[in-house]
Design a protein around this ligand. Structure first.
Ligand code: IVH
Length: 674
């Protein structure tokens, strides 16, 4: 990206971010997700770091949000409503602890933690006088919020009257939330009525509480969970955050049961990991775990900096949505000949792993999304599921985006492509197919043979089939361009197995010419013939140029008959095959040249190997003869120098004896070698 392009992108990002902020904070637009907003903001920040001259103090990203709406009555909070500092991984959590320990000095021996679920809803404050709910408010800017008492009264789980004994005055903090099920139903209804859909449970909860008419709010079926006490007039001695939770429960507040007192960070991380497993099936949207210093005395010592307490941290789970740019759309050909578009992205982090590719399934999908090359898209990766493109941010277009077109001819064999009903699917959907039954892309056995020749043991037939079905690879050359994140983002593939596969492929990029020719699967060219060709020509280039010109040189090689000659020359004159070889090289395959047969004590001699040798396989015996400058031939003639006869030698031995060719026993052969 050059400077002008960067500036244009910055302008586009700024205007889109400003639009999202306005929609979210002022217009109550429910379909804006924080993750998309965050992802675009991150890109903007990175660009501004690279091009600081485009910084602008007055730009939207430098302003704070969260002004209370004018429509509701404003209320001043007695105790400021704080927010939390986020930590995203183990190191950041450990850094947080280090800072705490430093401030606490020798008091830190009393340190332990309380972990609880971080709900993704709307923070509210509830005030109770003489045990009765009198007022409820939103957080607003932390100092001044909005009075939403009427709306909060419609939430069944908020007690209107407290259990006895209650304090004269109590202010409770907690989260108003909408369950995932309720959101699903609401969105279904909104779809039917053609209304805008809510992007997540938090927006749905916030949008519902911002309704001026409490009747509308009531229809939304919200819930509430209490997590803190801000004011308490009773002389009840609460010494720990965990005790506050117990006390809240005894007063009749719903308090979530997933919590734990932890002795150290190891236990805290254990809680984080445990809840991460529960989280997908948890009825409410959550975005992390709140970790607090449990001892309230220590909390007082630690205090608040800026908008957040030092004694709490929000351990955030990785965002499941992010934005990125589509660099290209590649068309892969599957086992059935189906053409599958694969989007190639600017790599981006989603749900903890890098994503650089995602299948677009078919043309319908591309049209539905209106996706073009160069577009900024939202990708989603929930839990263990394969990443997918869920939205195109068309407002970020520059006009240079390119539409995706299905090729008219198969990218592998060049045959006509036809639109057909999708073979494996019941519903009416169509896709583009290569109709050539002999198309190389349909040949699974070939792919298996290829990886076997390259000795890539990690890629068994099942895995190859999977890669093909996911649209990750068309041909064997694609294997060498696979990246760890392509594999680890597939369902049921872990990070470790992805690492192993990629490492193995990388290791096997160097191959001898003989093995390479064998891998190509040229008709009639088995492992031995491939080696003969390699021995003779030494390099692939020399063989290709002979096949394209002076074929008599191939003909002159011992053991190579007219059938091999024909198929070798046909193979290397087919431009698809040459393209495939180029692609292999481009993806890092290095074909090592074969040393021409060196002169040695066997130069000018040719051998026949027959029967079973006990000291070595015939393969090895052959290698040894070749290494000493000799040749190994397959049929006995007057010109044969020696027949090496192992156990159970058959007709070749008889012929040799008839023709008077010298026969060696295995022992004599070994003597000759040494
Ligand atoms: S503790 C000091 N506990 O997270 C203010 N907050 O990112 C934090 N939240 O505004 C209060 N679940 O809306 C706390 N169990 C929990 C929470 C929680 C969700 C929200 C709350 C707060 C935001 C900060």
């Amino acid at each position: 990206m050059n400077e002008t392009e960067a500036f244009n992108r910055i302008k586009k990002l700024r205007s889109e971010i400003a639009r999202l902020r306005k929609a979210y904070h002022v217009e109550n637009a429910p379909n804006v997700t924080d993750e998309v907003y965050d992802s675009l903001t991150r890109e903007l920040k990175e660009l501004l770091k690279k091009y600081p001259k485009f910084e602008d103090k007055n730009a939207g990203e430098n302003r704070v949000a969260g002004k209370p709406l004018d429509k509701f009555v404003k209320v001043k909070h007695q105790t400021r409503m704080l927010s939390l500092n986020d930590v995203f991984n183990e190191e950041e959590l450990a850094d947080w602890e280090k800072r705490i320990n430093k401030l606490l000095g020798n008091q830190s021996s009393r340190l332990n933690y309380f972990c609880e679920v971080k709900f993704d809803g709307l923070a509210v404050s509830l005030i109770y006088e003489k045990g009765k709910f009198v007022r409820g408010a939103t957080r607003g800017d932390g100092f001044i919020g909005e009075d939403i008492t009427q709306n909060l009264k419609t939430i069944n789980s908020i007690p209107l009257v407290l259990n006895f004994p209650y304090p004269e005055y109590l202010e409770v903090r907690g989260e108003a939330v909408m369950s995932k099920k309720t959101l699903e139903k609401l969105n279904l209804l909104n779809t039917k009525e053609g209304k805008i859909l809510f992007a997540n449970t938090r927006n749905a909860a916030a949008g519902s509480l911002r309704q001026l008419d409490p009747k509308l709010s009531a229809e939304r079926k919200l819930d509430f969970f209490a997590y803190d006490i801000a004011e308490n007039s009773s002389d009840k001695d609460l010494l720990r955050h965990s005790e506050k939770h117990k006390y809240l429960k005894s007063l009749g507040f719903p308090v979530d049961a997933h919590d734990a007192v932890c002795k150290n960070l190891k236990e805290v991380l254990g809680f984080v990991k445990k809840f991460e497993k529960i989280r997908p099936n948890f009825p409410y949207g959550t975005d992390g775990v709140v970790v607090s210093v449990d001892d309230l005395g220590l909390q007082d010592i630690l205090g608040v900096v800026g908008k957040a307490p030092r004694y709490m941290a929000a351990f955030k789970y990785p965002a499941e949505k992010a934005t990125t740019v589509v660099k290209d759309v590649k068309i892969n050909v599957g086992r059935t000949g189906v053409l599958t578009p694969l989007a190639i992205f600017e790599p981006t982090l989603v749900a903890g792993s890098t994503v650089s590719k995602a299948t677009l399934h078919n043309m319908d999908q591309i049209e539905r999304l209106d996706l073009r090359i160069g577009d900024t898209v939202v990708i989603e990766k929930a839990g263990d599921v394969i990443p997918k493109v869920v939205e195109v941010l068309t407002r970020l277009r520059t006009g240079k985006e390119k539409k995706v077109k299905m090729p008219e001819d198969c990218p592998v064999c060049g045959s006509r492509v036809e639109k057909q009903k999708i073979a494996e699917k019941k519903e009416e959907s169509v896709a583009y197919y290569c109709m050539n039954p002999k198309c190389a892309a349909k040949n699974e056995r070939y792919l298996e043979h290829f990886v076997a020749a390259f000795e890539i043991y990690e890629l068994g037939p099942k895995i190859l089939r999977r890669f093909k079905d996911e649209g990750l690879i068309t041909d064997a050359a694609d294997i060498f361009a696979l990246e760890k994140n392509d594999i680890e983002n597939l369902e049921r593939f872990g990070e470790k197995s992805a690492e192993n596969i990629v490492a193995e492929i990388k290791n096997k990029k160097h191959i001898s010419l003989g093995k390479f020719l064998w891998a190509l699967g040229i008709l009639h060219v088995g492992e031995e013939t491939a080696r003969d060709l390699a021995m003779h020509f030494g390099t692939l280039e020399k063989l290709i140029s002979a096949a394209q010109g002076n074929i008599s040189e191939i003909d002159s090689i011992e053991n190579i008959g007219p059938a091999v000659l024909k198929s070798v020359s046909t193979f290397f004159n087919d431009k698809n095959n040459l393209k495939f070889i180029e692609k292999l090289k481009k993806n890092g395959v290095i074909v090592e040249k074969t040393e021409k047969r060196k002169a040695g004590k066997f130069t000018g001699l040719n051998f026949i190997l027959t029967g079973t040798l006990s000291a070595m396989s015939r393969e090895i015996a052959k290698e040894k003869i070749l290494a000493l400058g000799g040749k190994v031939v397959s049929s006995v003639s007057k010109n044969t120098s020696y027949v090496v006869a192992g156990e159970e030698s058959g007709s070749k031995l008889t012929t040799a004896q008839k023709l008077g060719v010298k026969v060696l026993t295995e022992k004599e052969f070994l003597n000759l070698l040494s």
